[in-house]
Design a protein around this ligand. Structure first.
Ligand code: 48F
Length: 259
């Protein structure tokens, strides 16, 4: 059965995509907060900061948002969240069932989808397939922007110069790689990335909020990146700490911006 396509015009479709996305890109050349990494900690931070009225751009190098959350534990699409983060499951309306005292299980697909939807509802603008390859630090010694390129350019090893996006503050939510922290360290900023330790979920989860902090003027670190910087242990498919770390990063960023 056919339906009325109202004379679908390919050129108009292309114009709509190019003009609206270029407008967004121009708008986000100066943003309040650039969250780098769309895993659970970055999504949580972005959603909560968007809710507080900041102009938040989320930059994700992959095609899909969600980072290490989609895969659950070894591709079994379930995540475990502990009691202290239960209120965030509720906040984002993520269905969860108790497993035993203090442990809740949720679908990783639902968790990523609901966090992403919350960020969209909070006005966060997503730039996927953008890779952050450098940061801007001027004479005042403060991070003031990101140097970005298309991920396919990076993958193909093409010699194409990047563009820049300015921000008042950036959140490194790039997971195990702690990309922004390593960039600042490599270029002589006073940051030391100690690298993550062995799997030790209890210890890694209990320390993550201490490690979630502004590690350099204009750079807040959260999620697994925070543990990697601190030389802290890793924790596997338990995600309470990621949600709480994203929330804590949002609190730190909003108080820094409101000063
Ligand atoms: O790894 P990821 O999910 O970070 P997270 O929020 O959560 C960690 C957990 O998934 C898990 C764990 C939990 O217990 O240990 O691993 O700390 O998401 C990081 C995101 O950052 C993106 C990457 O593709 C991923 O989606 N990313 C990494 N490097 C860049 C980047 C880059 N240079 N530019 C933009 N995005």
């Amino acid at each position: 059965m056919e339906y009325d396509t109202m004379e679908l015009d390919e050129i108009s479709i292309s114009r709509a995509i190019v003009s609206s996305q270029m407008e967004k890109l121009l708008e986000y050349m100066e943003m309040d907060v650039a969250v780098v990494g769309g895993g659970p900690s970055g999504l949580t931070a972005a959603a909560l900061l968007g809710d507080r009225g900041f102009r938040v751009g989320l930059i994700e190098k992959k095609l899909s948002i969600g980072g290490g959350m989609w895969g659950g534990g070894m591709m079994l699409p379930r995540i475990v969240v502990q009691e202290p983060a239960k209120r965030l499951l509720e906040r984002f309306d993520i269905t969860h069932t108790p497993y035993r005292d203090g442990y809740y299980v949720a679908s990783s697909v639902e968790a990523v989808s609901k966090l992403t939807a919350a960020a969209c509802d909070a006005g966060v603008e997503f730039f996927n397939l953008f890779s952050v390859e450098d940061v801007m630090i001027r004479g005042d010694g403060r991070l003031s922007g990101l140097v970005v390129n298309w991920t396919p350019v990076e993958m193909a090893g093409l010699h194409v110069d990047p563009l820049t996006m300015g921000c008042r503050i950036a959140v490194d939510a790039t997971g195990h790689d702690a990309v922004l922290a390593r960039l600042v360290e490599r270029k002589g900023g006073k940051v030391k990335v100690r690298g993550e330790g062995f799997m030790w979920a209890d210890r890694a989860e209990s320390e993550i909020l201490t490690h979630t902090r502004e590690i350099f003027p204009g750079l807040v670190i959260c999620g697994m990146a925070a543990n990697a910087v601190a030389g802290e242990h890793r924790m596997g498919p338990v995600f309470g700490g990621m949600l709480l770390s994203g929330e804590h990063a949002a609190t730190l960023v909003s108080s820094a911006l409101r000063l």
